[in-house]
Design a protein around this ligand. Structure first.
Ligand SMILES: [Zn+2]
Length: 299
């Protein structure tokens, strides 16, 4: 994918808390968050540490931007084309730009959500969380939290191909949860696990919303009027689907968990379902087609 070199970035949508010292108090936290992959699965993988070693190297692959420098380092699409952190800022700008326009078209007001980059652990409106949770959205404070080392883990632990658009899918999924929060959908969730649970429907809808943004990514204008994203290739889309396939509940259970597929523990949907709903979003570009709560067959 390619960003337009000349379009300005809005780094105020990202808060960089990497390298901010201090330990995060553990225990009692993490409830109510909407994680990208489920907490218990990750805790099976590596265990949840009793204390968090706050890493000084919190940046996933490639060149890093030191804490607090996003505003000076990430000014235009040109920076996004050359620095991974700036690409993340640009993606968040594009995702929120789309939803802001989409809300306005349907007579609603979109409320911006900040993404916090953190390393190791973080205190949120939903309690404290460690990186083991994976990227997540906290409905209570309306913010997205990402330890960027997750993007490297997607490749090393999950075997994903990675790439900027793989990250775009992850970020757009989390913003899908923000959209659900603004629309009141998150409040519908009763049972969290099981193949047709509300929890799975919520997650698949977030995947679909990610696809909807992707459909509009090259046409969503930035504040300057020009789209921030110039092009998305089939290879980009394939990389997003590759991630979707590797974070499906069945894939994780089979390859990273106990080895057995247990649908009763599904929280995010199978690999095939996650791919399918992302495709529904990207092919149709219509949020109304993301009605996973009304769908009898989730795929
Ligand atoms: Zn999610």
């Amino acid at each position: 994918m390619e960003f337009d070199d000349s379009v300005g970035l809005d780094s105020s949508q990202v808060s960089d808390a990497r390298g901010i010292g201090g330990r995060v108090a553990l225990g009692g936290g993490g409830l109510g968050i909407v994680g990208f992959i489920v907490y218990f699965v990750l805790s099976q993988l590596g265990g949840v540490p009793a204390s968090i070693p706050l890493s000084t190297d919190g940046v996933g692959g490639g060149q890093s931007v030191s804490s607090g420098d996003l505003a000076t380092e990430c000014r235009t699409g040109k920076d996004a084309n050359t620095k991974p952190d700036c690409a993340r800022v640009a993606l968040i700008n594009s995702i929120q730009g789309y939803w802001s326009d989409q809300f306005a078209r349907s007579g609603r007001t979109y409320k911006q959500a900040t993404t916090t980059f953190f390393s190791g652990g973080v205190n949120t409106g939903c309690g404290s969380a460690t990186s083991d949770v994976g990227p997540f959205y906290c409905p209570a404070d309306g913010k997205v939290y990402v330890d960027l080392t997750f993007f490297r883990e997607l490749q090393t632990r999950f075997g994903a191909q990675g790439g900027t658009f793989a990250e775009a899918y992850v970020l757009a999924h989390e913003y899908g949860h923000h959209v659900q929060n603004l629309l009141g959908t998150s409040g519908k969730v009763r049972e969290g696990t099981g193949p047709t649970s509300d929890g799975v429907r919520l997650e698949l809808q977030a995947d679909c919303y990610a696809g909807v943004w992707a459909n509009h990514a090259t046409t969503t204008p930035s504040s300057s009027g020009k789209p921030l994203i110039r092009s998305i290739s089939q290879d980009d889309v394939n990389r997003a689907l590759d991630v979707a396939a590797r974070i499906g509940d069945d894939f994780i259970q089979k390859n990273l968990g106990g080895g057995k597929v247990d649908e009763s523990q599904f929280s995010h949907g199978s690999s095939a379902q996650r791919e399918q709903w992302f495709l529904t979003g990207i092919n149709g570009g219509n949020p109304a087609e993301c009605d996973t709560f009304g769908a009898r067959n989730l795929g």
